[in-house]
Design a protein. Structure first.
Length: 122
């Protein structure tokens, strides 16, 4: 898998590449409830767009391999689909209705369709 110049990367257990940006000044804001939810579900937040271009924000990654950009944050790690672009900021919110879920809003769009979360892995 090719890695763009300036992006150190490593293979993940999901068959995709994880990139860590150098010198990135990305601002991540998350509500206390969102952080609690992420931590309770493993401490990772994955944000990606599927083949239908629907946005998702979940503590569990999708089944399909994706190139991720990793942003360590206080309390959790955000993994952003590398195809999304280069946001200046993310804001993560927790919602309890209709089912508990997260949304992630950035300066270019919104991720986290309302609906059931992906099934728990055993």
């Amino acid at each position: 898998m090719a890695i763009e110049p300036g992006w150190p990367g490593r293979a993940s257990s999901y068959g995709a590449c994880i990139r860590t940006p150098r010198g990135a000044q990305l601002k991540i804001e998350a509500s206390e409830k969102a952080i609690e939810y992420i931590v309770e579900h493993g401490g990772k937040l994955y944000i990606w767009a599927d083949e239908s271009d629907l946005g998702h924000a979940s503590p569990r990654p999708p089944a399909d391999p994706i190139d991720w950009i990793e942003y360590p944050e206080e309390g959790f790690t955000l993994y952003q689909d590398a195809s999304i672009g280069e946001p200046d900021w993310w804001r993560v919110e927790f919602h309890r209705l209709p089912l508990p879920h997260l949304t992630a809003i950035w300066d270019g769009g919104r991720f986290g369709a309302v609906g059931p979360p992906p099934p728990e892995e055993d």
